[in-house]
Design a protein around this ligand. Structure first.
Ligand SMILES: *Cc1c(COP(=O)(O)O)cnc(C)c1O
Length: 383
């Protein structure tokens, strides 16, 4: 039985209540959007925990406590975007350090590491994170961080977080997991041995395509202290209104994810038997190479489905232009279903890199609409 201790609450109770006690002054049941940039002190240095809004803000603190609670983490830090959160983590390194990332890392992560930090003296290597030996071979004495995404974007490859953590920790490197695709509802990387969890809260945590944000969860005090220093020193913090939208979105994360997962499973099974589909990439299908690992480290396989069209690039382009319920757009994780062709959209910037993708690949972010409408829409677009 769970009790009065928030640490023992179930996921949905934590999402709705952690960090969100009724307002002390008014009893307001939702966290106010605190716009104040500065907070009155009773004597120099005497305050109630808030001095200046870049450093800390009550609406942001509510979000940070709530989202940390969802990851089961000791510490949480909110940022203005997923990339700002990633930038803070990479900011833990110095020139001469080295980072290992996956060959199908998020394009923005690859760009940040290779094109921004690469020029500032941080080395990098991209490897297949499902290949333990390749990972061990890529790690050098200067390697400080190993970046993992699972499931990956857009190939939905599943990486064994505990196995990566074994290899990385043996070499003295920290493991950073981008948990955007899985969300804390489906996967908690810190429990699997990760040191840092990053999120683009723009996706499932916000969940309604109306806010850009990022988040970092850590257990280690040393990492929390340095990241919080960077958060304040660099200043890539979210606005109070964005924090409010995220708190509002997160309350329904569990119920939304259940529907995303139900719909994605149905879509994947439908596509698997469709003649226009060469191959479906979805960790909830037993044919997927990551099926077993996903079943052991995720509660459910998630809401993202990719597939390769039998007709190659031209057919993929035609299909993504023909859907009516699935909207042709980048991004993912919100209530409405989205369709895209990564090679000309999200992955255009990595065309000539190790991250290049099959031009016949189509990525779906399966939303929470009525499932029969989604299946009928895909059927007419593929037919
Ligand atoms: C969107 C995304 C990011 C970047 O987040 P922004 O909020 O767009 O800055 C990072 N990682 C993954 C997996 C993403 O999907």
């Amino acid at each position: 039985m769970s009790g009065a201790d928030p640490g023992e609450w179930g996921f949905d109770t934590r999402a709705i209540h952690i960090g969100q006690e009724p307002d002390e002054a008014t009893g307001a049941i939702t966290v106010p959007i605190h716009l104040a940039t500065t907070f009155v002190q009773t004597a120099p240095g005497q305050h109630r925990g808030f001095e200046y809004a870049r450093t800390s803000n009550p609406t942001r603190v509510a979000l940070e406590r709530c989202a940390a609670g969802l990851e089961g983490a000791e510490h949480g830090l909110a940022f203005a975007s997923g990339m700002a959160a990633e930038d803070a983590v990479i900011g833990l390194m110095r020139p001469g350090d080295h980072v290992v990332l996956g060959t199908d890392a998020y394009g923005g992560t690859f760009r940040l590491i290779a094109q921004v930090y690469g020029d500032r003296g941080i080395g990098w290597s991209a490897v297949d994170m499902t290949d333990r030996d390749a990972l061990a071979a890529a790690i050098r004495s200067e390697t400080r961080q190993v970046w993992v995404e699972t499931p990956t974007n857009p190939m939905l490859t599943v990486v064994d977080i505990a196995a990566v953590a074994d290899v990385a920790h043996a070499a003295g490197a920290d493991v950073v997991v981008d948990n955007t695709f899985a969300t804390p509802y489906l996967q908690n990387p810190l429990e699997l041995g990760a040191d840092v969890v990053v999120h683009s809260t723009t996706k499932y945590l916000g969940g309604h395509s109306d806010v850009v944000g990022g988040f970092i969860a850590v257990d280690r005090d040393d990492l929390a202290e340095r990241l919080s220093f960077i958060q304040n020193a660099v200043g890539a913090v979210p606005s109070p209104f964005d924090c409010y939208l995220l708190l509002r979105g997160v309350k329904t994360l569990g119920v939304r994810m259940d529907r995303h997962c139900d719909n994605a499973q149905a879509v994947a099974e439908f596509l698997a038997s469709h003649p226009a589909v060469d191959r479906v990439l979805f960790p909830g299908l037993p044919s997927h190479p990551g099926y077993e690992v996903a079943a052991s480290q995720m509660r459910r396989p998630g809401g993202m489905v990719s597939f390769i069209h039998t007709g190659g690039e031209a057919a993929a382009v035609a299909a993504v232009g023909a859907t009516r319920v699935f909207r042709l757009a980048e991004s993912l994780g919100a209530v409405e279903s989205l369709i895209e062709q990564p090679s000309t959209m999200t992955h255009l910037s990595v065309a000539d890199s190790p991250l290049a993708v099959d031009p016949g690949l189509v990525r779906l972010s399966v939303g929470i609409e009525t499932v029969d409408d989604l299946l009928a829409d895909l059927d007419q677009a593929l037919g």
